[in-house]
Write a protein that binds this ligand. Structure first.
Ligand code: DGL
Length: 266
């Protein structure tokens, strides 16, 4: 396989750019092919059947582009679709949930971990299952479904009174449960870290797995001798919705302007 092929990274919208950013810092010579399924964002109010269909279409799109690794920079897809793939793609395929769960278990001292995520990820229960499977102790997992966070972020609202009030309401049950570690169970949420920090007691540690995902990807490409040696690789960005909207928001959130975004009908 050609080592200079791209790495496919996808999400429902701009959230996965938090992971793409970490990949581009850790692996600056790699070309990222990013797909934002903005025609269907937010994923949190969809059904599992719908998510399976969307993600299979995205995987088919990446197959037409030719990629050497796939990163599901989306907790909902990682919860619902990754376990069903059973390693069927013949390339490294990474999700985010196991990384975040391991980091949280290493961080928590009181064995009370909180998870904020969209309603579908919460309902799926992937974090509870994963943490239970890894943990030797009876670590307790408290979840809070945050259905308003992704629409706010996609609209570019990450601070201010309205945002703070919504974040406060959704964090309250977790703070009341005396968690000492909070998993950001949606790749959009790192954009809200300053607001979350304002509300939460600073003793509570925040877990964002983006960097760990990028490190693991690096290791697995290294092992396969598949690291790119192209110093001039340019990332490519695709969406299923409005390309201009994504370019505007994405450039704000991605470390570096996004030059062009193409629309793809899936
Ligand atoms: N950013 C995605 C996640 O990590 C999807 C969020 C959404 O569209 O609800 O789950």
């Amino acid at each position: 396989m050609n080592r200079n092929k791209g790495i496919g990274v996808f999400d429902s919208g701009v959230g996965g750019l938090t992971v793409a950013n970490a990949i581009s810092k850790t692996l600056p010579e790699e070309k990222i092919i990013y797909f934002g399924d903005t025609a269907h964002v937010p994923y949190g109010d969809k059904t599992e059947t719908q998510i399976i269909k969307y993600v299979h279409n995205i995987i088919d799109f990446f197959c037409t582009k030719g990629i050497k690794a796939l990163v599901m920079a989306c907790n909902t897809s990682s919860a619902i679709v990754l376990p069903r793939l059973n390693g069927r793609l013949n390339i490294p395929t990474l999700g985010v949930i196991e990384f975040a769960s391991r980091m949280a278990l290493e961080t928590s001292k009181n064995e009370r971990i909180g998870v904020v995520a969209n309603p579908l990820t919460v309902k799926n229960g992937a974090y509870k299952r994963t943490i239970k499977n890894i943990s030797l102790n009876g670590t307790m997992v408290f979840q809070s479904p945050c259905k308003r966070w992704v629409p706010l972020i996609e609209a570019g609202n990450v601070s201010g009174e309205e945002v703070e009030e919504i974040v406060r309401q959704d964090l309250k049950p977790l703070i009341d449960s005396k968690i000492d570690t909070l998993i950001l169970g949606c790749t959009h949420y790192p954009y809200l870290i300053p607001t979350i920090n304002k509300i939460m007691n600073h003793g509570i540690k925040i877990i964002d797995p983006a960097k760990a995902v990028a490190e693991h990807l690096k290791k697995s490409l290294e092992e396969r001798e598949m690291l790119s040696n192209n110093e001039n690789s340019l990332h490519e960005f695709f969406v299923s919705g409005d390309p201009e909207e994504f370019q505007k928001m994405g450039s704000r959130f991605f470390g570096g302007k996004i030059p062009t975004v193409k629309k793809v009908e899936l």
